[in-house]
Every structure is written in C-alpha cells, then in structure tokens.
Design a binder for this molecule. Sequence first.
Ligand code: HEC
Ligand code: HEC
Length: 195
Amino acid sequence: MKGAARMLTLASAMALCGSAAAQAAPPAPATLAVCGSCHGADGNSPSPAIPSIAGQPRLFIENQLVVIREGLREVPVMKDSVARLSDEEIVALARHYAEQPLKPPAMRVDAAKARRGAELSRKALCGTCHLPDYAGQQQVPRLAGQHEDYLLLAMKSFRDQPGPGRDTIMSASLYGLKDAELADLAHYLAAFKPK
Ligand code: HEC
Ligand code: HEC
C-alpha cells in the first residue's frame, strides 16, 4: 500500500511536470506572502528550523508540495497553506522559488565536526543522489547551505519516522546512524561551499 501510494504520487508529480511548459503565470502575490511568512520573502528562511526553499530544484519543490498537500508528508503547520493549491499554482510556485538565489546563513565552522561529516557522507554515498557539490538535482534536494538545524531535524525524521511519501532509499541511507553522526553530517552540509 505504501508503495502504491508513492507510485501514485510520483505519477501525479510527473504529470505536473509535463504541464509545466504550458503554464507561464507567476504565483499570486497573496500566496507568496503566505509562504514568505515562514520561508522568507525570497525563499531564504530566517528561521533555522524552517527550510530555505530558494534555489531548490524545481521538480523537488513540486514533488514536496504535492506530497505535503496530499498528506503523504506530514507538515502540520503548512497544511492549510497548501490544501487549496491547484496543480498549476504548485508548478508556478516551484518555478518561482527554484529561480531565487540561495543566501546561506553565516555560520562558524567547526573543522573537526565538518571533517567527520565529510567522511560519513563519503562512506554513505550521499553525493551519488545529492551530487558531489550537494546542489541536488531533479527530485533530490540541495543540501549545501541549508540551515544546519533543519538538516538535522529532517535527517532524524527520515531515520525515525519516514512517512509514506518519503524516499525509502534516503531513509535507508541513514539507518543505524547515531544522533551525533547526523549532527556531524548536518554541520558539514550546512557549511559546504561549492568550489
Ligand atoms: C506556518 C509556516 C509555513 C508556511 C505558511 C509554509 N511553510 Fe513550507 N514548510 C514549513 C516547515 C516547518 C517545513 C519543514 C517541515 C518538516 O519538518 O519536514 C516546510 C517545508 C516546505 C517544503 C519542503 C522543503 C524541504 O527542504 O524539504 C517546501 C517546498 C515548502 N515548505 C514550500 C512552501 C510553500 C510554497 C508555501 C506557501 C504555499 C509554504 N511552504 C508555506 C513551514 C511553512
Ligand atoms: C538514493 C538517493 C539518495 C541517497 C543515497 C541519499 N539521499 Fe538524501 N534525499 C534523497 C531524496 C530523493 C530526497 C527528497 C525527499 C523525498 O523525496 O522523500 C532526499 C532528502 C534529503 C534530506 C532532506 C532535505 C530537505 O531539504 O528536506 C536530507 C537532509 C538528506 N536527504 C540527506 C542525505 C544524506 C546525509 C545522505 C547520505 C547519508 C543522503 N541524503 C543520501 C535521495 C537520496
């Protein structure tokens, strides 16, 4: 059942993708204001526990808005904002935020922590999907420059309570990793600057 639900989700996300070219209308200012109240006016979230969505791959944003709208990924605080979004509005929002430049928050880098995170990422092959510069691609999110707190929260939720709409290989990648190791990974990825 879980698998079937996920396939359906992906199928609908693909269908959205196909209609993207035909949709050129920008998102409504009122909708952007709602999203901006949590994610920041330009998609750079001022809150460490809320992800920045600026510069995320367009397909990733589309997919997540669909799975959150359908309740396959549970984000209770965001549920009302996306409940009535049409597929066209989701396509427009995804295009808008994918085009906004990411402005990573300033952070003090702990070299030892970052080194341990780099080693863990290398062993777990995180870069095979997220790309070696962690910029993400297609349905896979960018991790470089994301809020450290959010990265840690997201990894804990993948490891401990993956919902039906979440990527199972992603969850498997974190299986058995300790909290301290997730913290090292979050630190490394948040601080990562593409060369
Ligand atoms: C009340 C605050 C709030 C509002 C309003 C809100 N979001 Fe969110 N959003 C969140 C939080 C918190 C998360 C992370 C949830 C989690 O813990 O997994 C999130 C996650 C996301 C994600 C997934 C990002 C990722 O890196 O996994 C996307 C995309 C997103 N929101 C887009 C939007 C859009 C577009 C709107 C407007 C239609 C919106 N959000 C409105 C709080 C909000
Ligand atoms: C098989 C491909 C794959 C591998 C390997 C993988 N990921 Fe992911 N990851 C994904 C996908 C796809 C998502 C988007 C979430 C979804 O679709 O459920 C994701 C989401 C994430 C997120 C949430 C980011 C956000 O903005 O919401 C984090 C953090 C993350 N991955 C970290 C890692 C780390 C660390 C590793 C290595 C230990 C890793 N991933 C390995 C595919 C992968």
